[in-house]
Design a protein around this ligand. Structure first.
Ligand code: NAD
Ligand code: ZN
Length: 378
């Protein structure tokens, strides 16, 4: 079958790889109809993670069940399903508590598994014609038959629940004000989720005009950090106080490349932007190691976080991979009911063969390349 295979930094290719197949009785194989490229793939693509060449990318997958293992009870051939990016067992301590992003079974020595991601276990990615899904009764979210809402549903694998998770970590409540740093697909989903939860004003910080425009279209307030310090702009518009809550949807990559001895991170801007006793939700990725980093500190993931200011303001913070399964059923039902349409972030729907070019252009954050969906069947 054809798949998107990582070659070396800034290079992927579409190659023939062995077919996905049932390996354990609890597996299913899904024929992939839509698989998205994520900002998280860019950490590997840009060579920041030490990913080995030959791995198949793709953790945002949906499709139709092609084959089921003998131990699968609920999922049937022909079911239309979306797969949370977290591979999880469903029966460990963390899964039982709803923390499926931190499953203790699927990835030995590390909490949490994912498809097609370095250090997240042996699970091949779904930027391919077929995908093996382990513990399938737990890991498949069933969708209405047909082709309706394909863009919206594809985003249930990761970025819509991840954006929602950010608002859950920050406990965004009706009437509150929120600062979201990053207007990439994840930041836009976080802003959208904050508005769904009834936030009164949501500021979205970036410097890319096309992404800021999308933020404005959904009812958020764009803040261009190219025009001056973002925290100052937000404080100016909130009577000097700052917002109630804050979300980091950028992660470490944005500033780790500036070549500072010990690079500062976006999170410090959020500490400035949020009022004393506010809460922060951090979903932008901070990987423990950055072998491609510009300095020794960055290589070890030791980035400068201003804990003093954080303490002085009595802030609270939640971090980590999204527990997609905790939210995706209710987010699916909002889509089905016509109450949520996260597909507004999708800019491109392309055949799998176009993946190398799509990676290049999304990585350069070219104007208009917000979210790319690959269609292996086309
Ligand atoms: P992206 O790279 O497309 O978006 C990042 C955005 O941040 C870009 O638009 C960029 O212009 C902007 N930016 C850069 N520096 C900034 C700064 N100083 N202030 C404000 N904005 C700045 O990626 P994405 O797909 O939106 O993902 C965002 C982050 O979320 C990545 O780190 C990704 O790995 C992570 N992620 C986490 C989870 C999770 O479960 N926690 C899931 C998916 C993605
Ligand atoms: Zn993703």
């Amino acid at each position: 079958m054809k798949a998107v295979v990582y070659q070396e930094p800034f290079k992927v290719a579409v190659e023939d790889v062995p077919d996905a197949r049932i390996e354990d009785p609890t597996d299913v194989v899904v024929k992939v109809t839509t698989t998205a490229i994520c900002g998280s793939d860019l950490h590997m693509y840009e060579g920041r993670t030490g990913a080995e060449s030959g791995i198949v990318f793709g953790h945002e997958n949906m499709g139709v069940v092609q084959e089921v293992g003998s131990g699968v009870a609920r999922v049937k051939v022909g079911d239309r399903v979306v797969l949370p990016f977290n591979v999880a067992c469903g029966f460990c301590k963390n899964c039982l508590a709803g923390f499926t992003g931190f499953c203790l079974t699927v990835n030995e020595g590390f909490a949490g598994g994912a498809y097609g991601y370095v250090s997240m276990g042996p699970y091949r990615g779904g930027q391919a014609e077929y995908l093996r899904v382990p513990f399938a009764d737990f890991n498949c979210l069933q969708l209405p038959e047909g082709e309706e809402h394909e863009d919206d549903f594809a985003l249930l694998a990761d970025i819509f629940p991840t954006g929602y998770h950010a608002t859950e970590l920050a406990q965004v409540s009706p009437g509150e004000t929120v600062s979201v740093f990053g207007a990439g697909p994840v930041g836009l989903m976080a802003a959208y989720s904050a508005l769904l939860r009834g936030a009164s004003r949501v500021f979205v910080v970036d410097r890319q005009p096309d992404r800021l425009r999308l933020a404005e279209e959904i009812g958020a307030i764009p803040v261009d950090f190219g025009q001056g310090d973002a925290a100052e702009q937000i404080k100016d518009r909130t009577g000097g106080e700052g917002t109630d809550k804050g979300i980091d949807a950028v992660g470490y990559q944005a500033t780790a490349r500036e070549g500072e001895e010990q690079p500062a991170i976006v999170l410090n801007g959020l500490v400035e932007s949020v009022r004393p006793t506010g809460m922060l939700g951090v979903v932008g990725l901070y990987l423990p190691a950055d072998p491609g980093g510009p300095t020794e500190h960055a290589k070890k993931g030791e980035l400068l976080f201003r804990i003093g200011k954080f303490f002085e303001k009595g802030l609270r913070m939640g971090t980590g991979q999204a527990n997609v399964k905790a939210y995706n059923r209710k987010l699916r039902d909002l889509i089905v009911a016509g109450r949520a349409s996260p597909g507004f972030v999708v800019s491109h729907r392309l055949p799998l063969d176009d993946a190398p070019e799509a990676y290049e252009r999304f990585d350069r954050r070219e104007e208009g390349w917000t979210k790319v969906l690959l269609k292996p069947g086309s």
